[in-house]
Design a protein around this ligand. Structure first.
Ligand code: GLA
Length: 414
């Protein structure tokens, strides 16, 4: 049996968040805001190395029903996560609170610090429901952050604007700070940028060479027009980015850049140049070189993939996806048996190309598939997992969707 995970219609999902709000806090929420999960087509583990990546937003979203408070407290509840959390914004600090609430508390803290949620520092009551699977490598954390961030910007700040409004880059930067400094996950900025800047039907070409303002180019992504679909395979092997492995990859890459005397590995032209540079300073660790090789070759692949999309050569993505996976598995060592099984089985059943997506160590893979083969590929992936006694995967349809914003019409003035 193949398990599909389809998103709820936006109106229904917004209503669900409203109901949770009323059941928890009493009265009515002032509005519901939401933000999408994402998949990254290619350009993995390069955002923090000044690289290029090609993410797009999923139709699966996280919804936050919100009401302004007159004091400086934050009260949050979620239908997905453990305990509700309540506290004063002034008490929010690195690692405090801990767990899921850190992503919301961090946003309240960072938006205020960055002048995006008014000077007075008023708090909110917020109830969260979500269609973005948690721990699936589909950016549920950024969806949570960005949904609250646009709510705060609309309620107290300058407004959240449209996806190309410069305020969106500032909101994205605040969300990244929330994740890095309060939730203590050392992630790059790809997820928050796509959650805030995506548009339906498009994938973004993010150039992360400027860390604070990732340059966005928009590329049409109409796979059905080419007889193709992108299948997202959630392996249901939980992935966590707050553990040390993501951080250690990032640290290795930053260490290598320092040894090479460049601001980021984006400045390295080739693997040979990196190898020579590292040898010149006495660094011969094969693991460090493998990490660098992944980043340098992945930036090249993502650049080629962006060019292919811009030229409408969609099928040219396939071999790039395959080599991206091999590089992430062998050089960067962020894959796992569940992801490898999904990728191999998808290819074996006729996918044109496949790879893990997101941070790895569990989570999801994507497969570029001829439309008529989607069910057969999904079945083959399910069967392969069962044969290896791995968790049963579930499947999402990756339709490029819209960025964060308000999900219900503001009430008409009385
Ligand atoms: C996570 C991080 C991103 C990025 C990816 C890997 O999703 O949040 O910043 O580093 O992993 O590409």
């Amino acid at each position: 049996m193949t398990g599909w995970h389809d998103p709820s219609p936006e109106v229904e999902a917004a209503e669900r968040a409203r109901r949770l709000f009323t059941a928890t806090f009493g009265g009515r929420a002032e509005g519901v805001w939401s933000a999408p999960g994402r998949v990254n087509l290619i350009g993995e583990h390069v955002d923090y190395a000044g690289g290029v990546c090609l993410p797009f937003a999923l139709p699966h979203r996280t919804y936050v029903a919100v009401r302004a408070r007159s004091d400086q407290r934050l009260h949050v509840v979620s239908d997905q996560a453990g305990q509700p959390w309540a506290g004063r914004i002034a008490e929010i600090a690195p690692g405090r609170p801990h767990g899921w609430a850190a992503y919301l508390a961090g946003v309240a803290w960072a938006m205020q610090r960055d002048g995006l949620a008014g000077a007075a520092g008023r708090g909110v009551d917020a109830a969260v429901t979500s269609d973005v699977p948690v721990g699936a490598g589909l950016s549920s954390s950024a969806a949570l952050e960005c949904a609250l961030a646009v709510a705060l910007a609309d309620l107290y700040g300058p407004g959240s604007g449209e996806p190309d409004d410069p305020v969106r880059s500032r909101i994205a930067a605040a969300c990244v700070r929330a994740e890095n400094e309060i939730a203590l996950a050392a992630t790059g900025g790809m997820d928050q940028t796509v959650a805030l800047r995506a548009r339906a039907g498009q994938c973004l070409r993010l150039d992360c060479s400027d860390d604070t303002d990732r340059a966005v180019r928009r590329l049409l992504l109409d796979l059905p027009a080419h007889g193709l679909d992108l299948l997202v395979i959630n392996t249901n092997a939980p992935h966590r980015l707050v553990d040390g492995r993501y951080r250690s990859r990032r640290a290795a890459v930053e260490h290598a850049a320092r040894l090479l005397g460049v601001p980021t590995l984006r400045a390295v032209a080739s693997v040979a140049q990196a190898r020579a540079g590292l040898h010149a300073v006495g660094e011969t660790d094969p693991v460090l070189l493998a990490r660098v090789r992944h980043v340098v070759t992945e930036i090249r692949r993502a650049t080629a993939a962006g060019d292919a999309l811009a030229d409408g050569r969609v099928r040219d993505l396939a071999p790039l996806l395959d080599s991206s996976h091999a590089s992430l598995r062998d050089d960067y060592e962020v894959s796992c048996p569940e992801l490898d099984s999904a990728v191999d089985a998808a290819r074996g059943a006729g996918a044109l190309g496949a790879r893990m997506t997101g941070g790895g160590f569990g989570g999801s893979a994507i497969a570029l598939v001829t439309r008529s083969d989607v069910s057969a590929v999904a079945e083959a992936v399910t069967l392969a997992a069962a044969r290896r006694a791995l968790a049963a995967p579930s499947f999402l349809r990756a339709v490029p969707s819209a960025a964060a914003g308000r999900s219900d019409a503001p009430a008409a003035p009385a």
